[in-house]
Write a protein that binds this ligand. Structure first.
Ligand code: DUT
Ligand code: MG
Length: 242
């Protein structure tokens, strides 16, 4: 079977450079094309750190992270960037037009592709309402768009790259529940072959995930579907009730 799009963490332990204790311990899981894997856990649990190891923002101190069956430290960084899109927790917009921000240097993307990405990201209507549409200017840091609009533009930017793997770090938190649901439904329709890893705070964002990893203090303490975890995981129940 092809390993294209398969993400595997194998006994991964990670500490930040210079830090004494690890922020991730013995993390193992596999995410396959067509699947959505969700990661949930309290603030500081290590969710962002976990995602950062796939695009090699950092490397583990023990264990391996594999993409397409190959350890990521054997892959070219440019190749990883092509295959993996990370929507960061604090998404970044730069001073320039909406089109520039969506293309992010990918000059080959057509306006039609930008609009398609915006439609999936539930961002097409607010861009259409702007006098200059795709050519409207974004201020440095995206200060002239709302938090939810910023998130949707950054999700659209990821869609434009057509990656095999999407990493969403709390990317739906500034959206209202209805928009969040519409966006994820549209995402599922257009990324049927992609591997999706979602970090989320809101339970409704992840109830449909194929597998949920419950992260606590750098460890996966429980895993399963929403229904399974409701039965088996006190940590998950606590999150649901909070
Ligand atoms: N940490 C560092 N250096 C960094 C980033 C994080 O030491 O550059 C620490 C802070 C924390 C742990 O790593 O104790 C895990 O942080 P992470 O950002 O991975 O946690 P999170 O689960 O993403 O938290 P949140 O829900 O607040 O985003
Ligand atoms: Mg985080």
């Amino acid at each position: 079977a092809s390993l294209a799009g398969v993400v595997e963490y194998r006994n991964v332990t990670f500490a930040y450079p210079g830090a004494e204790s690890p922020v991730l311990s013995n993390i193992s899981f596999t995410a396959r094309p067509g699947q959505t894997i969700a990661i949930i856990g309290s603030t500081g649990a290590g969710k962002t750190s976990l995602l950062s190891l796939l695009p090699r923002l950092y490397d583990p101190v023990e264990g391996q992270v594999l993409l397409d069956g190959v350890p990521v430290d054997q892959l070219d960084r440019a190749e990883i960037t092509k295959r993996v899109a990370l929507v960061p927790q604090r998404p970044y917009l730069f001073s320039g037009t909406i089109a520039h921000n969506l293309r992010f240097g990918r000059t080959e993307a057509t306006d039609q592709e930008l609009w398609n990405a915006l439609r999936v990201a539930q961002g097409d209507s607010f861009v259409r309402e702007k006098t200059n549409g795709l050519d409207s200017r974004i201020a440095q840091g995206g200060t002239n768009v709302s938090g939810g609009q910023r998130q949707r533009l950054c999700i659209a930017r990821a869609l434009v790259t057509k990656p095999r793997v999407y990493l969403f770090d709390d990317s739906f938190s500034a959206l209202d529940v209805a928009t969040d649901a519409r966006l994820r439904a549209a995402l599922k329709d257009t990324t049927t072959d992609a591997t999706v890893i979602i970090v989320a705070q809101r339970i409704s964002t992840i109830t449909g995930a194929d597998q949920i990893l419950v992260l606590d203090n750098g460890r996966i303490v429980d895993r399963g579907t929403h229904e399974e975890l409701l039965e088996t995981s006190p940590t998950y129940q606590e999150i649901v009730e909070s």
